[in-house]
Design a protein around this ligand. Structure first.
Ligand code: AMP
Ligand code: GLY
Length: 423
C-alpha cells in the first residue's frame, strides 16, 4: 500500500521510519518532508497551510492511507476534506480538533465532563480579567485561547504582570488573533507527563507515556520551546496509573466528544501535570507530540499501520500496540538563537558517525540536503534518539551521538531525562 505523511519535522521523520517497517507498505510519501526524510520517503512539495495544495498532492499520489503530523492541516479540516473524497485518513476532524485549537473550549469541556484540570477563568476583555484575578493566587498562568506555536502560555509572578500579559494578548499585540480571548489558570506544580492514546471515536489504546523538556536551557531554565528532548521508560507510569489515566481522563474525553457530536478519532495527546492532588489536564493536542513521538516509536514493536487503520475503521483495541520494555530518549539539537531568531543554511557534519552508535537513530527536524550534504533549515534541527534496555544507557548513547555531530551555533540540553535518572 501507499502511504502519505503530511508534515516536515522530527515527528514526521519518526512516523515515516516506523510506517516503512510495515510489510504492507510498498511506497511512502512525505509532504513536504525534509532533507533527512528524503532518504526514506519521496518528498512532495506542498503548502501545509493550504487545503487545496494538500488535496492536489493527494490527488496525484492516490494514497491508501494518509497520516497527518501537525495541527495546522487538522485545523483547516484536512481529515474532513480527504474523508469526504473517500481517502482513508488518520486523525480528528476539524470539529474534534477543537480540543487543541481552543483552550477555552477544552477547559469548558473538561469542566462539563468533570475531568480534573486547573481552576480557570475565560476572559474576553480586560473587564473580565480584572475581577477574575481576585480569585487566583500567584503565580497566575495566562494562556492565549488559540494556537500560538508554544508561545501562548505565560506564567505571571504577580497579578500586575498577569494583567499586562492579558492586555497584550487581548489587544492582538502579542499573538494576533490567537490572543483575542485568554484563559487565566491556577498554577499547578508537579512532574509533566505526555500521555497519548489512539482512539477510534469510542475505544482508546494508550501509547507508552513520555516526558518532554519544554524549556530551552538545562534545569528547565529560559524560554519555552516546541520541546528540547523527551524520554520514555517503563518506570514513568506503572500499570495502575496508566489504567487510571485511561479510565478517568482519556476515555471520558472520547466519550464526551462523541456525546457532543464531535467524535474523536486519531491520536489524543493529553498534557498532564502529576500534582499532589492527582493528575490534571494542562492541555490537549490532537496529534502526535514532537519530540515525544521519536522515542515513543522507537519502543513500538508492532505494526503502526495496523493500529492507525484500526482507528479509522472503528476497531481500536488495547492489543493494537506491543511495546519493548526498553527505554528511549531523544535529544534535540537546535540552531543558535532558537527559540528566538536563528540563521539557517549551516553545514551539518558527523551524521554518519552518530548513526553508527549502538541503538541510535538520528531523526531530522529542520534540514535540507544538497549534493549529499545536509544543512540546517529550522530551529529544531535534529532529534538524536537512542534506545537501550536501561534509561541510563539510552541517555549515554544519545549524548555520545550528539557529540559526533556539529554545525555552527548548535546547542542542546545536557540534562534530558536527568531527573528520572536521579530518582
Ligand atoms: P500548554 O500549551 O497549555 O501545555 O502550556 C505550555 C507549558 O506551560 C506546559 O507544558 C507547562 O509547562 C506550562 N503550564 C501550562 N499550564 C500550566 C499550569 N496551570 N500550571 C503550571 N504550568 C503550566
Ligand atoms: N512536545 C510538545 C508538543 O508536541 O506539543
Amino acid at each position: 500500500m501507499k502511504i502519505l505523511v503530511i508534515g516536515s519535522g522530527g515527528r514526521e521523520h519518526a512516523l515515516v521510519w516506523k510506517l516503512r517497517q510495515s510489510p504492507r507498505v510498498s511506497k511512502i510519501y512525505c509532504a513536504p518532508g525534509n532533507g533527512g526524510i528524503a532518504a526514506e520517503a519521496e518528498c512532495i512539495a506542498v503548502d501545509v497551510k493550504s487545503l487545496d495544495s494538500l488535496v492536489a498532492a493527494a490527488n496525484q499520489i492516490q494514497p491508501d492511507l494518509t497520516v497527518v503530523g501537525p495541527e495546522l492541516p487538522l485545523m483547516l479540516g484536512v481529515v474532513d476534506e480527504f474523508t469526504r473524497r473517500g481517502w482513508r485518513t488518520f486523525g480528528p476532524t476539524k470539529a474534534a480538533a477543537q480540543l487543541e485549537i481552543s483552550k477555552s473550549f477544552a477547559k469548558e469541556f473538561l469542566q462539563r465532563h468533570r475531568i480534573p484540570t486547573a481552576h480557570y477563568a475565560i476572559c474576553n476583555s480586560m473587564d473580565d480579567v480584572r475581577p477574575a484575578l481576585h480569585h487566583f493566587h500567584t503565580p497566575v498562568v495566562v494562556k492565549a485561547d488559540g494556537l500560538a506555536a508554544g508561545k501562548g502560555v505565560v506564567i505571571a509572578q504577580s497579578k500586575d504582570e498577569a494583567a499586562t500579559v492579558a492586555s497584550d494578548m487581548l489587544s492582538g499585540k502579542m499573538l494576533g488573533e490567537a490572543g483575542a480571548r485568554v484563559v487565566l489558570e491556577e498554577f499547578l506544580s508537579g512532574d509533566e507527563l505526555s500521555f497519548l492514546v489512539v482512539s477510534d471515536g469510542e475505544r482508546v489504546a494508550p501509547l507508552v507515556a513520555a516526558q518532554d523538556h519544554k524549556r530551552v536551557g538545562d534545569g528547565d531554565s529560559g524560554p519555552n520551546t516546541g520541546g528540547m528532548g523527551a524520554y520514555t521508560a517503563r518506570t514513568i507510569v506503572d500499570d495502575k496509573m496508566r489504567d487510571w489515566l485511561v479510565t478517568h481522563i482519556a476515555r471520558p474525553v472520547v466519550a464526551g466528544m462523541k456525546a457532543e457530536g464531535a467524535e474523536y478519532k486519531g491520536v489524543l495527546y493529553c498534557g498532564l501535570m502529576m500534582t499532589a492532588r492527582g493528575p490534571m489536564v494542562l492541555e490537549f493536542n490532537c496529534r502526535f507530540g514532537d519530540p515525544e513521538t521519536q522515542p515513543i516509536l522507537m519502543r513500538l514493536e508492532s505494526d503502526l499501520v495496523e493500529a492507525l487503520e484500526a482507528s479509522i475503521d472503528g476497531r481500536t483495541s488495547d492489543g493494537d500496540f506491543r511495546w519493548s520494555d526498553d527505554a528511549a530518549v531523544s535529544v534535540v539539537m537546535a540552531s543558535g538563537g532558537y527559540p528566538g531568531a536563528y540563521e539557517v543554511g549551516k553545514k551539518i557534519t558527523g551524521l554518519e558517525d552518530a548513526a553508527k552508535v549502538e541503538g541510535v537513530k538520528v531523526f531530522h527536524a529542520g534540514t535540507t540536503a544538497r549534493d549529499g550534504t545536509f544543512y540546517t533549515a529550522g530551529g529544531r534541527v535534529l532529534g538524536v534518539t537512542a534506545r537501550a534496555a536501561e534509561l541510563q544507557t539510552a541517555v549515554e548513547r544519545a549524548y555520545e551521538a550528539c557529540g559526533k555531530i556539529s554545525f555552527e551555533g548548535a546547542h542542546y540540553r545536557r540534562d534530558i531525562a536527568a531527573r528520572a535518572l536521579k530518582r
